[in-house]
Design a protein around this ligand. Sequence first.
Ligand code: NAP
Length: 301
Amino acid sequence: MDKKIGFIGLGIMGMPMARNLLNAGFELSVWNRTPSKMDELAKAGAMTGRSAAVVAEWGDVTITMLTDSAAVEEVMVDSYNSVLAGARPDSVVIDMSTISPSVTRSIAGKLSEKGVHMLDAPVSGSLPGATSGTLSIMVGGELEVFERCRPVFEAMGRQITHCGGNGMGQVTKLANQIIGLGNLAAMCEGIVFAAKAGGDPDALLKAFGAGAANSWMVENLGRKVFDGDFAPGFMVDLAQKDLRLVQEAAAEMDMPLITTPLVSQMLRAVQRADSGSEGIQAYVKALEGLAGIEARTTEPG
Ligand code: NAP
């Protein structure tokens, strides 16, 4: 079994995912662009590498968890100390970031020229899922390579789904974002609507949670909207990046989209109001502006 895991990108998601691998007994070597973020895992028993190439050369499996397509391309293939420069033939590279399906396929092609296997394995479940090791992981790539990496995925996620060849993990994740962020938009509209009419937050959340309106968004972010807690689990800027990827991929397929552009424009309004680095629940602020009411300060009527 592959025991040596290189992990690159210790952001909001990468840090708890790497910690879960360590807790599951894998040997871990990490690299992060901002070196101070490696200290916590080094104290917990991980090794730290000098570059992405060094970590990839050491690992049987190398995982990346980075911001966007540009960051993944730079770290994987474009930079002097890239994963491609270090990775050994027959090792596996798993990109768990959310990026473009076509960029994913291009990176997989470059890695395969060196005999390195690649899986795209974006995740859903945000910070709570990353922390508790219960992410939904959507995997694209060869089935055999997927099965070889199953124990690695099981240390970080609960639902591990093989979705097809390279890029199909990303396609599944983007479809997931259309649904999830559309759901966020609907939840915030329902909350502002009820708040404007004087609804009681506790009663509303109890009722939504027990009926057809329930969702991950209601369960995880509904209370935060009422509490005015906008700390990021999943940042507005990253959600906007995902919706841009959705729109680009739809354009490549000549497919019109209806809900996604609308949600994206609302998120742009949130970004313009300096809330881009807040959690996606800050979506409610744009609606509150239109409705002339703050859901979080409403007294039960
Ligand atoms: P984050 O906290 O902003 O972390 C981004 C990581 O990428 C950091 O380690 C950052 O390094 C690194 N990075 C960015 N550009 C780089 C570059 N050019 N070279 C090297 N390293 C670079 O983001 P996150 O929330 O963990 O999200 C990571 C990925 O998971 C994104 O694709 C996101 O869409 C996806 N995702 C996030 C969530 C969520 O709820 N947060 C849920 C599902 C999926 P520094 O520390 O040096 O900045």
